[in-house]
Design a protein around this ligand. Structure first.
Ligand code: EPZ
Length: 422
Protein backbone atom coordinates (compact mmCIF):
# COMPACT_ATOMS: atom_id res chain seq x y z
CA UNK A 1 0.00 0.00 0.00
CA UNK A 2 1.39 3.41 -0.88
CA UNK A 3 0.11 6.78 0.26
CA UNK A 4 -0.80 9.26 -2.47
CA UNK A 5 -2.08 12.82 -2.53
CA UNK A 6 -5.06 13.23 -4.89
CA UNK A 7 -5.96 16.73 -6.07
CA UNK A 8 -9.10 17.68 -7.98
CA UNK A 9 -7.70 20.84 -9.57
CA UNK A 10 -9.05 24.02 -11.14
CA UNK A 11 -10.54 25.50 -7.95
CA UNK A 12 -9.96 29.10 -6.84
CA UNK A 13 -8.65 29.38 -3.27
CA UNK A 14 -9.13 32.11 -0.67
CA UNK A 15 -8.64 32.63 3.06
CA UNK A 16 -5.74 32.72 5.51
CA UNK A 17 -2.64 30.55 6.15
CA UNK A 18 -0.39 30.78 9.20
CA UNK A 19 3.24 29.76 8.59
CA UNK A 20 4.91 27.21 10.92
CA UNK A 21 8.36 27.26 12.48
CA UNK A 22 11.23 26.75 10.04
CA UNK A 23 12.07 23.13 9.18
CA UNK A 24 15.69 24.05 8.37
CA UNK A 25 16.04 25.69 11.79
CA UNK A 26 14.30 22.92 13.73
CA UNK A 27 16.47 20.15 12.25
CA UNK A 28 19.55 21.94 13.60
CA UNK A 29 18.05 23.27 16.87
CA UNK A 30 16.98 19.79 18.05
CA UNK A 31 20.50 18.28 17.80
CA UNK A 32 21.83 21.46 19.48
CA UNK A 33 19.59 20.91 22.54
CA UNK A 34 21.66 17.89 23.65
CA UNK A 35 24.66 20.21 24.18
CA UNK A 36 22.98 21.81 27.23
CA UNK A 37 23.34 20.39 30.77
CA UNK A 38 19.73 21.19 31.67
CA UNK A 39 16.29 21.42 30.11
CA UNK A 40 15.81 23.27 26.80
CA UNK A 41 12.34 24.34 25.65
CA UNK A 42 11.76 25.04 21.93
CA UNK A 43 8.50 26.74 20.91
CA UNK A 44 6.85 26.94 17.46
CA UNK A 45 8.47 23.66 16.38
CA UNK A 46 6.80 22.44 13.15
CA UNK A 47 4.89 19.13 13.35
CA UNK A 48 6.70 17.41 10.46
CA UNK A 49 8.17 13.92 10.10
CA UNK A 50 11.78 15.19 10.24
CA UNK A 51 11.08 16.55 13.75
CA UNK A 52 9.62 13.21 14.88
CA UNK A 53 12.66 11.37 13.48
CA UNK A 54 15.02 13.66 15.42
CA UNK A 55 12.99 13.22 18.62
CA UNK A 56 13.39 9.45 18.29
CA UNK A 57 17.14 9.84 17.80
CA UNK A 58 17.76 12.05 20.85
CA UNK A 59 15.56 9.74 22.95
CA UNK A 60 17.86 6.87 21.90
CA UNK A 61 20.73 9.01 23.23
CA UNK A 62 19.03 9.29 26.62
CA UNK A 63 17.21 12.60 26.36
CA UNK A 64 13.78 12.89 27.97
CA UNK A 65 11.54 14.56 25.41
CA UNK A 66 7.94 15.79 25.21
CA UNK A 67 6.37 17.44 22.14
CA UNK A 68 2.92 19.02 22.51
CA UNK A 69 1.21 21.85 20.58
CA UNK A 70 4.46 22.90 18.92
CA UNK A 71 6.44 23.02 22.17
CA UNK A 72 9.38 20.62 22.42
CA UNK A 73 10.86 20.08 25.90
CA UNK A 74 14.24 18.31 26.03
CA UNK A 75 15.93 17.22 29.27
CA UNK A 76 19.46 16.33 28.07
CA UNK A 77 20.94 15.60 31.51
CA UNK A 78 21.44 11.88 30.80
CA UNK A 79 22.45 12.14 27.15
CA UNK A 80 25.45 10.02 26.14
CA UNK A 81 27.46 9.76 22.89
CA UNK A 82 25.50 6.80 21.53
CA UNK A 83 27.08 5.43 18.36
CA UNK A 84 24.52 5.61 15.50
CA UNK A 85 26.12 4.09 12.37
CA UNK A 86 22.74 3.09 10.90
CA UNK A 87 19.02 3.15 11.63
CA UNK A 88 16.85 6.21 12.15
CA UNK A 89 19.90 8.42 11.73
CA UNK A 90 19.74 7.67 8.00
CA UNK A 91 16.16 8.86 7.61
CA UNK A 92 17.13 12.48 7.10
CA UNK A 93 20.19 14.30 5.78
CA UNK A 94 20.18 16.87 8.57
CA UNK A 95 21.12 14.16 11.10
CA UNK A 96 24.67 15.17 10.22
CA UNK A 97 24.22 17.96 12.81
CA UNK A 98 24.73 15.27 15.47
CA UNK A 99 28.36 15.14 14.33
CA UNK A 100 28.94 18.73 15.45
CA UNK A 101 26.73 18.46 18.55
CA UNK A 102 28.25 15.18 19.86
CA UNK A 103 31.81 16.17 18.93
CA UNK A 104 31.28 19.55 20.61
CA UNK A 105 29.86 18.00 23.79
CA UNK A 106 31.67 14.67 24.17
CA UNK A 107 34.68 14.93 21.84
CA UNK A 108 33.50 11.87 19.92
CA UNK A 109 30.70 10.69 17.58
CA UNK A 110 29.69 7.92 15.19
CA UNK A 111 26.97 9.11 12.80
CA UNK A 112 25.63 7.20 9.79
CA UNK A 113 25.14 9.13 6.57
CA UNK A 114 21.80 9.15 4.69
CA UNK A 115 21.48 7.72 1.20
CA UNK A 116 21.61 9.78 -1.96
CA UNK A 117 19.32 12.70 -2.64
CA UNK A 118 17.56 13.82 -5.80
CA UNK A 119 19.22 17.24 -5.78
CA UNK A 120 22.46 15.82 -7.13
CA UNK A 121 25.68 15.31 -5.16
CA UNK A 122 25.51 16.57 -1.58
CA UNK A 123 29.03 16.15 -0.17
CA UNK A 124 30.00 16.93 3.43
CA UNK A 125 33.69 17.60 2.75
CA UNK A 126 33.45 21.11 4.23
CA UNK A 127 31.86 19.77 7.44
CA UNK A 128 34.77 17.31 7.78
CA UNK A 129 37.37 19.97 6.90
CA UNK A 130 35.97 22.09 9.75
CA UNK A 131 36.01 19.25 12.29
CA UNK A 132 39.60 18.32 11.34
CA UNK A 133 40.68 21.97 11.62
CA UNK A 134 39.32 21.92 15.19
CA UNK A 135 41.56 18.93 15.97
CA UNK A 136 39.25 15.98 15.35
CA UNK A 137 40.25 12.71 13.71
CA UNK A 138 37.53 11.92 11.08
CA UNK A 139 37.10 8.63 9.20
CA UNK A 140 34.20 7.29 7.10
CA UNK A 141 33.79 3.53 7.59
CA UNK A 142 30.91 1.57 5.99
CA UNK A 143 28.78 4.66 5.43
CA UNK A 144 29.22 6.00 8.95
CA UNK A 145 31.43 8.94 9.94
CA UNK A 146 33.64 8.31 13.01
CA UNK A 147 34.88 11.45 14.76
CA UNK A 148 37.21 11.79 17.74
CA UNK A 149 38.99 14.78 19.25
CA UNK A 150 42.77 14.23 19.29
CA UNK A 151 43.11 16.48 22.34
CA UNK A 152 41.34 16.77 25.69
CA UNK A 153 39.17 19.45 24.08
CA UNK A 154 38.80 20.68 20.51
CA UNK A 155 41.17 23.56 19.79
CA UNK A 156 39.89 26.83 18.28
CA UNK A 157 41.12 27.67 14.79
CA UNK A 158 40.47 29.82 11.71
CA UNK A 159 38.49 28.05 8.96
CA UNK A 160 37.85 29.34 5.43
CA UNK A 161 34.80 27.72 3.78
CA UNK A 162 35.65 27.00 0.12
CA UNK A 163 31.91 26.97 -0.66
CA UNK A 164 29.21 28.90 1.18
CA UNK A 165 27.44 26.05 3.01
CA UNK A 166 24.51 26.27 5.45
CA UNK A 167 25.09 22.82 6.91
CA UNK A 168 28.86 23.11 7.24
CA UNK A 169 28.59 26.56 8.86
CA UNK A 170 26.11 25.29 11.47
CA UNK A 171 28.03 22.06 12.09
CA UNK A 172 31.31 23.90 12.70
CA UNK A 173 29.55 26.30 15.09
CA UNK A 174 28.15 23.32 17.04
CA UNK A 175 31.61 21.73 17.32
CA UNK A 176 33.36 25.02 18.19
CA UNK A 177 31.08 26.39 20.96
CA UNK A 178 33.02 24.44 23.63
CA UNK A 179 36.44 24.43 21.94
CA UNK A 180 39.42 26.04 23.67
CA UNK A 181 39.91 29.60 22.33
CA UNK A 182 38.27 31.71 19.62
CA UNK A 183 37.28 29.99 16.35
CA UNK A 184 36.81 32.16 13.24
CA UNK A 185 34.73 30.91 10.30
CA UNK A 186 35.33 32.86 7.07
CA UNK A 187 33.09 32.78 3.98
CA UNK A 188 30.33 31.54 6.31
CA UNK A 189 26.75 31.14 5.08
CA UNK A 190 24.30 33.88 6.15
CA UNK A 191 20.92 32.09 6.13
CA UNK A 192 18.38 33.15 8.82
CA UNK A 193 18.31 29.58 10.14
CA UNK A 194 22.00 29.91 11.09
CA UNK A 195 21.18 33.04 13.11
CA UNK A 196 18.36 31.07 14.76
CA UNK A 197 20.74 28.30 15.86
CA UNK A 198 23.32 30.82 17.13
CA UNK A 199 20.57 32.61 19.09
CA UNK A 200 19.65 29.35 20.84
CA UNK A 201 23.31 28.54 21.61
CA UNK A 202 23.99 32.06 22.92
CA UNK A 203 20.89 31.74 25.14
CA UNK A 204 22.51 28.54 26.44
CA UNK A 205 25.64 30.53 27.34
CA UNK A 206 27.71 30.24 24.15
CA UNK A 207 29.63 33.26 22.84
CA UNK A 208 28.96 33.48 19.08
CA UNK A 209 29.31 36.77 17.20
CA UNK A 210 28.88 37.87 13.60
CA UNK A 211 26.24 35.31 12.53
CA UNK A 212 24.38 36.63 9.48
CA UNK A 213 27.63 38.01 8.07
CA UNK A 214 30.29 35.93 6.34
CA UNK A 215 32.72 36.08 9.30
CA UNK A 216 31.61 34.31 12.49
CA UNK A 217 33.59 34.33 15.75
CA UNK A 218 33.00 31.68 18.43
CA UNK A 219 34.67 32.00 21.83
CA UNK A 220 34.67 28.55 23.44
CA UNK A 221 32.88 28.21 26.81
CA UNK A 222 33.03 25.42 29.41
CA UNK A 223 29.37 24.64 29.74
CA UNK A 224 25.96 25.27 28.20
CA UNK A 225 22.76 25.50 30.26
CA UNK A 226 19.09 25.10 29.41
CA UNK A 227 16.91 27.93 28.07
CA UNK A 228 13.72 28.69 26.15
CA UNK A 229 13.72 29.57 22.42
CA UNK A 230 11.13 30.14 19.67
CA UNK A 231 11.81 28.87 16.16
CA UNK A 232 11.68 31.51 13.39
CA UNK A 233 8.92 31.20 10.76
CA UNK A 234 9.70 29.03 7.75
CA UNK A 235 10.63 31.32 4.83
CA UNK A 236 10.45 28.44 2.34
CA UNK A 237 6.98 27.38 3.49
CA UNK A 238 5.96 31.06 3.24
CA UNK A 239 7.31 31.25 -0.32
CA UNK A 240 5.49 28.04 -1.20
CA UNK A 241 2.10 29.33 -0.02
CA UNK A 242 2.71 32.69 -1.70
CA UNK A 243 3.31 30.77 -4.96
CA UNK A 244 0.05 28.86 -4.41
CA UNK A 245 -1.81 32.12 -3.73
CA UNK A 246 -0.43 33.73 -6.88
CA UNK A 247 -1.22 30.68 -9.03
CA UNK A 248 -4.72 29.71 -7.85
CA UNK A 249 -5.70 32.26 -5.18
CA UNK A 250 -8.41 34.93 -5.32
CA UNK A 251 -7.39 36.68 -2.10
CA UNK A 252 -5.11 34.83 0.34
CA UNK A 253 -3.34 36.24 3.40
CA UNK A 254 -0.21 34.45 4.61
CA UNK A 255 0.51 35.22 8.28
CA UNK A 256 3.58 34.81 10.51
CA UNK A 257 6.08 35.77 7.80
CA UNK A 258 9.42 37.56 8.26
CA UNK A 259 9.22 39.29 4.88
CA UNK A 260 12.92 40.35 5.02
CA UNK A 261 13.76 36.63 4.72
CA UNK A 262 12.11 36.39 1.29
CA UNK A 263 13.00 39.81 -0.19
CA UNK A 264 14.59 38.34 -3.34
CA UNK A 265 11.58 36.04 -3.90
CA UNK A 266 9.02 38.82 -3.41
CA UNK A 267 10.87 41.17 -5.76
CA UNK A 268 10.70 38.52 -8.52
CA UNK A 269 6.92 38.19 -8.02
CA UNK A 270 6.62 41.99 -8.15
CA UNK A 271 8.53 42.06 -11.46
CA UNK A 272 6.18 39.41 -12.86
CA UNK A 273 3.14 41.53 -11.98
CA UNK A 274 1.76 39.50 -9.06
CA UNK A 275 -0.53 41.68 -6.89
CA UNK A 276 1.25 41.35 -3.52
CA UNK A 277 0.73 43.49 -0.40
CA UNK A 278 3.44 43.38 2.28
CA UNK A 279 2.32 43.79 5.92
CA UNK A 280 4.18 43.87 9.25
CA UNK A 281 4.34 40.07 9.58
CA UNK A 282 1.97 39.01 6.81
CA UNK A 283 1.64 39.05 3.02
CA UNK A 284 -1.60 39.30 1.03
CA UNK A 285 -1.91 38.09 -2.56
CA UNK A 286 -4.85 39.30 -4.62
CA UNK A 287 -6.17 37.48 -7.68
CA UNK A 288 -3.51 37.43 -10.41
CA UNK A 289 -4.37 39.02 -13.76
CA UNK A 290 -2.73 36.36 -15.94
CA UNK A 291 -3.08 38.49 -19.06
CA UNK A 292 -0.48 40.79 -17.45
CA UNK A 293 1.78 38.10 -15.94
CA UNK A 294 5.36 38.52 -17.21
CA UNK A 295 7.95 35.70 -17.54
CA UNK A 296 11.08 35.91 -15.39
CA UNK A 297 14.80 35.08 -15.35
CA UNK A 298 15.75 33.46 -12.02
CA UNK A 299 19.20 32.53 -10.75
CA UNK A 300 19.49 30.94 -7.30
CA UNK A 301 22.21 31.99 -4.86
CA UNK A 302 23.04 31.55 -1.19
CA UNK A 303 21.10 33.87 1.13
CA UNK A 304 20.13 36.67 0.65
CA UNK A 305 19.88 35.64 -3.02
CA UNK A 306 16.90 33.78 -4.52
CA UNK A 307 16.65 30.50 -2.54
CA UNK A 308 17.25 27.23 -4.40
CA UNK A 309 14.38 25.76 -2.35
CA UNK A 310 11.94 28.19 -4.00
CA UNK A 311 12.83 27.63 -7.67
CA UNK A 312 10.63 24.52 -7.85
CA UNK A 313 7.58 26.05 -6.07
CA UNK A 314 7.61 29.16 -8.30
CA UNK A 315 7.82 27.13 -11.54
CA UNK A 316 4.08 26.35 -11.90
CA UNK A 317 3.33 30.09 -11.72
CA UNK A 318 5.91 30.70 -14.48
CA UNK A 319 3.86 28.29 -16.62
CA UNK A 320 1.03 30.86 -16.48
CA UNK A 321 3.22 33.79 -17.62
CA UNK A 322 3.10 35.20 -21.16
CA UNK A 323 6.47 34.09 -22.49
CA UNK A 324 9.49 31.93 -21.72
CA UNK A 325 11.11 32.04 -18.27
CA UNK A 326 14.61 30.81 -17.42
CA UNK A 327 15.81 29.28 -14.15
CA UNK A 328 19.45 28.57 -13.32
CA UNK A 329 20.02 26.82 -9.98
CA UNK A 330 23.66 27.64 -9.17
CA UNK A 331 23.45 25.72 -5.85
CA UNK A 332 22.00 22.43 -7.17
CA UNK A 333 22.18 22.30 -10.99
CA UNK A 334 20.70 18.79 -10.73
CA UNK A 335 17.51 20.04 -9.06
CA UNK A 336 15.42 19.37 -12.19
CA UNK A 337 13.54 16.12 -11.55
CA UNK A 338 10.21 17.95 -11.28
CA UNK A 339 10.43 19.09 -14.92
CA UNK A 340 9.60 15.72 -16.59
CA UNK A 341 6.66 15.36 -14.16
CA UNK A 342 5.32 18.80 -15.12
CA UNK A 343 5.71 17.87 -18.80
CA UNK A 344 3.45 14.85 -18.15
CA UNK A 345 0.82 17.38 -17.03
CA UNK A 346 1.13 19.31 -20.29
CA UNK A 347 3.78 21.85 -19.29
CA UNK A 348 6.02 23.23 -22.04
CA UNK A 349 9.29 23.02 -20.09
CA UNK A 350 12.74 21.61 -20.74
CA UNK A 351 16.31 21.58 -19.43
CA UNK A 352 19.02 22.88 -21.78
CA UNK A 353 22.38 22.41 -20.04
CA UNK A 354 22.17 24.27 -16.73
CA UNK A 355 19.12 26.28 -17.79
CA UNK A 356 15.51 25.26 -17.04
CA UNK A 357 13.24 26.75 -19.74
CA UNK A 358 9.57 27.26 -18.80
CA UNK A 359 7.18 28.36 -21.55
CA UNK A 360 3.92 30.05 -20.68
CA UNK A 361 1.09 30.01 -20.90
CA UNK A 362 0.94 26.22 -20.56
CA UNK A 363 -2.41 24.54 -19.92
CA UNK A 364 -2.04 21.81 -17.29
CA UNK A 365 -4.16 18.66 -17.05
CA UNK A 366 -4.14 16.21 -14.17
CA UNK A 367 -1.85 13.15 -14.30
CA UNK A 368 -0.15 10.62 -12.01
CA UNK A 369 3.22 12.16 -11.04
CA UNK A 370 6.03 11.37 -8.58
CA UNK A 371 7.74 13.71 -6.12
CA UNK A 372 11.54 13.37 -6.25
CA UNK A 373 12.31 15.62 -3.27
CA UNK A 374 10.54 17.89 -0.82
CA UNK A 375 10.30 21.04 -2.93
CA UNK A 376 9.66 19.10 -6.15
CA UNK A 377 6.68 17.65 -4.29
CA UNK A 378 5.48 21.13 -3.38
CA UNK A 379 5.83 22.14 -7.04
CA UNK A 380 3.64 19.19 -8.13
CA UNK A 381 1.00 20.04 -5.50
CA UNK A 382 0.78 23.57 -6.93
CA UNK A 383 0.59 22.22 -10.50
CA UNK A 384 -2.16 19.82 -9.37
CA UNK A 385 -4.15 22.69 -7.86
CA UNK A 386 -3.87 24.55 -11.18
CA UNK A 387 -4.58 21.60 -13.52
CA UNK A 388 -7.96 20.63 -14.92
CA UNK A 389 -8.96 17.20 -13.61
CA UNK A 390 -7.36 14.85 -11.13
CA UNK A 391 -3.66 14.72 -10.21
CA UNK A 392 -2.20 11.86 -8.17
CA UNK A 393 1.16 12.44 -6.48
CA UNK A 394 3.30 9.53 -5.19
CA UNK A 395 6.42 9.60 -2.96
CA UNK A 396 4.53 12.04 -0.77
CA UNK A 397 6.63 11.26 2.29
CA UNK A 398 8.99 13.91 0.91
CA UNK A 399 6.18 16.50 1.10
CA UNK A 400 5.12 15.50 4.62
CA UNK A 401 8.73 15.99 5.77
CA UNK A 402 8.57 19.72 5.22
CA UNK A 403 4.97 20.96 5.19
CA UNK A 404 3.00 20.34 8.36
CA UNK A 405 -0.71 19.73 7.76
CA UNK A 406 -0.59 20.77 4.09
CA UNK A 407 -3.72 18.81 3.07
CA UNK A 408 -5.99 20.36 5.73
CA UNK A 409 -4.45 23.78 5.09
CA UNK A 410 -5.20 23.62 1.36
CA UNK A 411 -8.73 22.29 1.92
CA UNK A 412 -9.38 25.13 4.41
CA UNK A 413 -8.65 27.50 1.48
CA UNK A 414 -11.23 25.75 -0.70
CA UNK A 415 -9.07 23.14 -2.44
CA UNK A 416 -10.16 19.53 -3.01
CA UNK A 417 -7.15 17.51 -1.79
CA UNK A 418 -7.16 14.09 -0.11
CA UNK A 419 -4.73 11.46 1.10
CA UNK A 420 -5.40 7.91 -0.18
CA UNK A 421 -3.68 4.54 0.18
CA UNK A 422 -3.49 2.31 -2.93
C1 EPZ B 1 20.50 23.35 3.35
O1 EPZ B 1 21.09 22.15 2.87
C2 EPZ B 1 18.99 23.09 3.34
N1 EPZ B 1 18.70 21.94 4.21
C3 EPZ B 1 18.53 22.80 1.92
O2 EPZ B 1 17.11 22.71 1.98
C4 EPZ B 1 18.89 23.97 1.02
O3 EPZ B 1 18.52 23.67 -0.30
C5 EPZ B 1 20.42 24.21 1.10
O4 EPZ B 1 20.78 24.45 2.47
C6 EPZ B 1 20.85 25.41 0.27
O5 EPZ B 1 20.20 26.57 0.76
C7 EPZ B 1 18.72 22.13 5.53
O6 EPZ B 1 18.97 23.22 6.02
C8 EPZ B 1 18.36 20.92 6.36
P1 EPZ B 1 24.58 23.59 1.66
P2 EPZ B 1 22.70 21.97 3.01
O7 EPZ B 1 25.59 22.89 2.48
O8 EPZ B 1 23.16 22.61 4.28
C9 EPZ B 1 27.86 22.30 -1.49
C10 EPZ B 1 15.03 21.71 1.68
O9 EPZ B 1 14.35 21.49 0.67
N2 EPZ B 1 28.55 21.66 -0.36
O10 EPZ B 1 24.29 25.04 1.93
O11 EPZ B 1 23.01 20.53 2.81
C11 EPZ B 1 26.55 21.60 -1.85
O12 EPZ B 1 26.80 20.51 -2.72
C12 EPZ B 1 16.51 21.44 1.66
O13 EPZ B 1 14.58 22.16 2.77
C13 EPZ B 1 29.82 21.12 -0.55
O14 EPZ B 1 30.37 21.16 -1.64
O15 EPZ B 1 23.20 22.80 1.77
C14 EPZ B 1 25.75 22.70 -2.50
O16 EPZ B 1 26.09 22.80 -3.86
C15 EPZ B 1 16.95 20.87 0.33
N3 EPZ B 1 30.45 20.54 0.51
C16 EPZ B 1 26.24 23.97 -1.78
O17 EPZ B 1 27.45 23.61 -1.10
C17 EPZ B 1 29.89 20.48 1.76
O18 EPZ B 1 30.53 19.96 2.70
C18 EPZ B 1 25.27 24.47 -0.73
O19 EPZ B 1 24.93 23.38 0.11
C19 EPZ B 1 28.59 21.02 1.94
C20 EPZ B 1 27.94 21.62 0.86
Amino acid sequence: MTKKIVINGGKKLSGEVSISGAKNSAVALIPATIMADSTVILEDVPDISDVHSLIEIIREMGAVVTFEDGTLTVDPANVFAKKMPTGKIQSLRASYYFMGALLGKFGEAVVGLPGGCHLGPRPIDLHIKGFEALGAQVETINGAVHLESKNERLLATRIFMDTVSVGATINVILAAVRAQGVTVIENAAREPEIIDVATLLNNMGAKIRGVGTNVIRIQGVDELHGCRHSVIPDRIEAGTYISIAAAVGENITIKNVITDHIDSFISKLDEMGVDITIGEDWVRINKTDFTQLEPSKIKTFAYPGFATDLQQPITPLLLMANGTSEIIDTIYPGRINHIPELVRMGAKASVEGDVILVQGPSKLTGAEVAASDLRAGACLVIAGLMAEGETKITNIEYILRGYSDIINTLNSLGADVRLIEE
